[in-house]
Design a binder for this molecule. Structure first.
Ligand SMILES: Nc1ncnc2c1ncn2[C@@H]1O[C@H](COP(=O)(O)OP(=O)(O)OP(=O)(O)O)[C@@H](O)[C@H]1O
Length: 706
């Protein structure tokens, strides 16, 4: 490739900015537009809002944030989210006060005075009326708590004001990506760091010696902390230590990517390096904190405490600003703020209340200053800082210097997100698997009509958001910048064989402890034809098990399904799945050890109706939502069965890879080989593999009729 063909940094940033803005528009189209065009009641019915709340308490939470404690308005009879025509009492009464909703801890919400009954139907007004944005910190059956983004003085406890809470499309997540891209777009050539030049192919990575442990040109001899690491993991660590600018650790399913990262962090610490560890999601970061904590290394986890796992809270910066030595100064002022809040409750006079609010405001300013000092002391004293990629753009770390940035689950991250910590970095280690699903991108799934035509720079033509940094670096620098982990600790070898052959050059090995594990090895599981078989295939070919297009029920209700667009289902396949799950449970397999996954939401809804009540512990999910998870037994419903041999979602082999690599001991596939095999050479090879290697079953439609 000639130098001129290279994607320049500013062209890349220009293209990313255009793509991000299209993505935000698509996100708004699915959530915010709904918020704007629907009444609060409709939103509540779709699970996006909770109505009829009152403020029961106001307190100062972590980080000096005002926390609103909200509970259902006791003056309203019936369910808080019931519509006006329904006068029946809530079935939740006395137990769970809220109806069904999708508002979870960590969600960004808007709290506002609720529009009155007489106000016009399209009550966009609820969002326009003065209210506040915040993060949900607690949800229970009888209430919820929201930490406001800014200290708000306009919502008063005991004011009798009826409030509602509505979930927001999270625009905030775009701000830092856009900020990084804008900086890259404007940067002069001479401001590019060596790492940037390498990551855009203007320079090659510094060559590595053949002996990675060479003390001069490599990492020196590595004494591993964990003696159980396998050879491919050790090699990846030596490689990542020796690399000057960039190293990719390619971790196929269950190969111990995170396990390897933990050792890498320990090795870097021994070499006196300062490390920033990031991941695209809070869970990905917490996973590392949990595993790093037992090694007693000084770590700090940045991020809103509401979004962190309880097990890692002790390492959270916000908690340490309360509990560490440096926190003493902050503590006093916090108490004073709480006392003032309490005194407002006892004050009737408007003038006095106003005066106290003024004092709280001053105290809050003072609090922030002291807190900032405390934060700086803690962060600067810490050798390992952990944050989401987004969190790495926060004021606490933006100006900090690290020797190495490690990004776990890098193949699940948008590239613009990765640049948040990379702009000032000198070395990066990315861990991921580009052969599993990339980050979910709404705008690539838009039908052509819904897409705006983007003008991308010529060198960035064809760029899309789901093309990750991991993908791009592999295509730019080739296999030389990566090491693959090859021993997997999850699957029976028969389950592993096809993904290994089709996607990982046949290099995967099953660890001794897992390669022959069957369901019969679990306590109290009987030996049946299902439990003794690692791979089962119900082939529904022949046209008796046709798919259906999920019609909207025409009720006029806003359902989540409407938001998801057309989806496919296959009722006869659902019947096979149900039968198989029942057989496993009757053989003694715990429902909690079984997952049913399918790429289609309509099929998921159907399966949920059939199975969820009977087996509450059973896990049902979309393939995409199951990435990173594992179960003893997994049943996959492929759904597609049609004369046109259309396979839709199944054409994405990374999706199928995720589906088929979740189980440990038992994988059951239900699908029409005639339809599926026509989808691609990968699908054809898979169907052939199942035919030759699985316990092949041809179900009879007559047996399924109840
Ligand atoms: N060298 C090893 N010896 C024994 N067990 C190991 C080894 N490496 C990893 N494991 C085990 O393999 C499992 C998977 O490890 P880990 O969660 O680190 O993998 P991962 O690659 O991050 O997973 P995923 O496929 O979900 O991304 C864990 O139970 C871990 O304890």
């Amino acid at each position: 490739m000639s130098k001129d063909d290279h994607l320049s940094i500013s062209d890349f940033a220009t293209a990313q900015l255009a793509l991000l803005s299209q993505e935000l528009a698509a996100e708004k189209a699915t959530t915010s537009q709904l918020l704007e065009s629907s009444s609060p009641k409709t939103l509540a019915r779709a699970g996006l809002a909770i109505l009829n709340l009152t403020l029961s308490n106001l307190r100062t939470g972590l980080g000096g944030k005002t926390v609103l404690e909200l509970e259902p308005d006791s003056s309203i009879s019936g369910p808080p989210i019931s519509n006006s025509t329904s006068k029946s009492p809530s079935k939740d009464q006395g137990g769970q006060a809220f109806g069904q909703h999708d508002i979870r801890v960590g969600d960004l919400v808007h709290v506002a005075p609720q529009p009155k009954g007489g106000e016009k139907k399209r009550e966009k007004i609820g969002l326009e009326a003065k209210g506040s944005d915040g993060v949900v910190v607690k949800v229970s059956g009888r209430g919820l708590q929201v930490a406001l983004d800014r200290g708000e003085d306009n919502i008063e406890e005991g004011s009798g004001l009826r409030l509602w809470v509505v979930k927001l499309a999270n625009e905030v997540t775009y701000k830092r990506m856009n900020w990084s891209m804008e900086r890259m777009q404007k940067m002069e050539d001479n401001a590019h760091t060596t790492l940037m030049r390498v990551l855009f192919g203007m320079e090659s990575p510094a060559p590595l010696p053949s002996n990675l442990e060479d003390p001069e040109t490599g990492a020196g001899v590595v004494e591993f902390v964990d003696p159980t690491l396998n050879e491919s993991q050790k090699d990846a660590i030596r490689f990542a230590l020796a690399a000057r600018e960039v190293a990719l650790i390619h971790g196929p399913p269950g190969t111990g990517k995170t396990y390897t990262i933990i050792e890498l962090i320990l090795q870097l610490l021994q070499r006196n390096k300062r490390i920033l560890v990031c991941g695209p999601s809070n869970v990905s970061v917490d996973n590392i904190v949990e595993r790093l904590a037992p090694h007693k290394v000084p770590i700090i986890r940045l991020g809103h405490p509401a979004r962190l796992l309880p097990s890692v809270l002790a390492h959270s910066l916000e908690v340490l600003t309360k509990t560490s030595e440096a926190a003493e100064l902050v503590k006093d002022i916090r108490k004073e703020m709480d006392d003032k809040q309490a005194s407002i409750r006892k004050t009737r006079s408007g003038r006095e209340r106003k005066a106290i609010y003024g004092e709280i405001k001053d105290l809050r300013t003072e609090y922030r200053e002291r807190e900032k000092k405390c934060i700086n002391t803690l962060v600067q004293g810490s050798k390992v800082v952990l944050a989401t990629l987004h969190g790495a753009g926060g004021s606490q770390v933006r100006n900090e210097r690290f020797d190495v940035v490690i990004i776990d689950e890098a193949s699940q991250a948008l590239e613009a997100q990765c640049w948040i910590p990379l702009l000032t970095a000198s070395k990066v280690v990315l861990a991921g698997d580009h052969l599993q699903l990339p980050p979910t991108v709404k705008s690539t799934n838009l039908k052509e009509g819904g897409k705006t035509k983007l003008e991308l720079p010529p060198t960035a033509k064809g760029m899309s958001l789901d093309y990750t940094l991991f993908d791009r670096l592999l295509s730019l620098h080739g296999q030389a910048i990566k090491r693959m982990l090859t021993t997997q600790y999850r699957m029976h070898e028969n389950i592993m064989r096809f993904p290994s052959k089709a996607l990982y050059d046949g290099k995967l090995l099953a660890a001794d402890g897992v390669k022959l594990r069957l369901l019969t090895g679990l306590p109290n599981v009987a030996d049946t034809e299902d439990t003794r078989t690692p791979l089962v295939f119900y082939d529904t070919q022949g046209g008796d098990f046709p798919e259906q297009i999920d019609e909207d029920e025409g009720t006029g209700k806003v359902s989540k399904r409407t938001l998801l667009g057309d989806s496919k289902s296959n009722p006869s396949e659902a019947a096979i799945v149900t039968k198989h799950v029942i057989a496993l449970v009757e053989a003694g397999v715990n429902p909690e050890d079984i997952a049913v996954v399918t790429p289609y939401n309509a099929q998921l809804a159907l399966l949920s109706d059939k199975l969820k009540q009977r087996f509450p512990g059973l896990e049902l999910g979309s393939v995409d939502g199951f990435q990173g998870r594992e179960k003893e037994a997994v049943v996959v419903s492929l759904v597609r069965s049609n004369l046109q041999h259309e396979v839709g979602f199944l054409a994405e082999k990374r999706r199928l890879n995720v589906a088929m690599t979740r189980p440990k001991r038992h994988l059951c596939i239900v699908g029409d080989s005639e339809t599926v095999a026509r989808g691609s050479s990968f699908l054809k090879a898979w169907m052939k593999h199942l035919e030759d290697n699985a316990d092949l079953r041809y179900p009879d439609i007559a047996d399924l009729e109840d």
